[in-house]
Design a protein around this ligand. Structure first.
Ligand SMILES: Nc1ncnc2c1ncn2[C@@H]1O[C@H](COP(=O)(O)OP(=O)(O)OP(=O)(O)O)[C@@H](O)[C@H]1O
Ligand SMILES: [Mg+2]
Length: 249
C-alpha cells in the first residue's frame, strides 16, 4: 500500500530521516517507533507532503506521491493526526468534522447535483456515525476548545476519519492518555483495521504498540535499525540499546 525507498530529509546538518526503506502492506497496523528525535514525525510529514524530500521516493498504491501537494495526497486517501493537537477551537465538534469532510478538494471531486441530492444526507449520517464511534455524540455542539484533552484527541482521530482515508497516520495518539483511554484507543484502532483502513502508528506507549501492531520498524537517528513482529522487536538487543540511550552505532 505504502512504500518508501531511500527516503531522506535533512534540516541543515541534521539528518532527520536518512535513507529510509519501508513497506506498509494494505490492511495492517504498522508500528513506527524510536527514541525522541529519531525521525518518526518527520517521516509522517514527508508522507503527507508537509515538506519535500531531500532524496528518495514514496509510492502509494503503486503511484508516486512525492511530487504531489498535501491536499492531493489527502484526496488519494492519506489522512493523519498530529503529535500536537490541531483543531479549530472556535468551531464546534460537529463543525470540525463537517469542515474536514467538506474540504475544497472533496467538493471539487463530487458533482454539484450528486452532492445536493444525496451527498448532504450521507455526509450528516457519516458525521453522526463518527461522533458515535469517538464517544463524542453528547459533545457535538461544544466548542472544540472546551473539550478535555482526551476528547480533543478523539476529535482529532474523528476528523482524520471524516476525510475517508485508506491509510491513516497516527502520530503518538496515546500521548497524555490514562490507561483506560489507551484501552479505548486500542479498540478503536482495531475496529478501523477491521474496516479495511491501513494504519501507521507512531507511539511511545509500548503497551499499545506491542498489543495492536502486526509489524514494527524501529528508527534511530533517522535510520531503520530493526524491523519485525512485536515479539521480535521486543527481543532485539539493538533496539534495547537504542532505547536505553546507548545509540545504534
Ligand atoms: N522543521 C524542522 N526544522 C529543523 N529540524 C527539524 C524539523 N523537524 C524535525 N527536525 C529535527 O529532525 C530530527 C527528527 O525529529 P522528529 O520530530 O522527526 O523526531 P521524532 O522521532 O518524531 O521525535 P519525538 O519522539 O520526540 O516526537 C530532530 O533532530 C529534530 O530536531
Ligand atoms: Mg514526533
Amino acid at each position: 500500500m505504502l512504500e518508501l525507498k531511500g527516503v531522506t530529509r535533512h534540516f541543515g546538518g541534521v539528518r532527520a530521516v536518512d535513507g529510509l526503506d519501508l513497506l506498509v502492506p494494505e490492511g495492517c497496523i504498522f508500528g513506527l517507533i524510536g527514541p525522541n528525535g529519531s525521525g518518526k514525525s518527520t517521516t509522517v510529514n514527508l508522507i503527507t507532503g508537509l515538506f519535500p524530500l531531500t532524496a528518495g521516493t514514496i509510492l502509494f498504491r503503486g503511484e508516486r506521491l512525492d511530487d504531489l501537494p498535501t491536499h492531493r495526497r489527502l484526496q488519494k486517501g492519506i489522512a493523519r493526526t498530529f503529535q500536537n493537537i490541531r483543531l479549530f477551537g472556535r468551531l464546534t465538534v460537529w463543525q470540525n468534522l463537517w469542515v474536514a469532510q467538506n474540504s475544497p478538494e472533496d467538493r471539487a471531486r463530487r458533482s454539484f447535483f450528486a452532492r445536493w441530492l444525496g451527498g448532504r444526507r450521507r455526509a450528516r449520517d457519516e458525521i453522526a456515525h463518527l461522533l458515535e464511534f469517538s464517544g463524542l455524540a453528547h459533545k457535538a455542539d461544544e466548542f472544540a476548545a472546551n473539550l478535555s484533552f482526551g476528547e480533543q484527541r478523539r476529535l482529532e482521530l474523528a476528523r482524520a476519519l471524516a476525510a475517508r482515508p485508506r491509510l491513516l497516520l497516527l502520530d503518538e495518539p496515546a500521548a497524555g492518555m490514562n490507561s483506560e483511554e489507551i484501552g479505548q484507543l486500542r479498540e478503536r484502532i482495531l475496529a478501523l483495521r477491521a474496516r479495511g483502513i491501513t494504519i501507521l502508528l507512531i507511539e511511545h506507549v509500548m503497551e499499545l504498540v506491542m498489543g495492536v501492531t502486526d509489524r514494527i520498524a524501529v528508527l534511530n537517528f533517522g535510520q531503520k535499525i530493526a524491523e519485525g513482529s512485536p515479539a521480535e522487536i521486543q527481543a532485539d538487543p539493538v533496539v534495547r540499546k537504542a532505547y536505553l540511550g546507548g545509540g545504534a552505532t
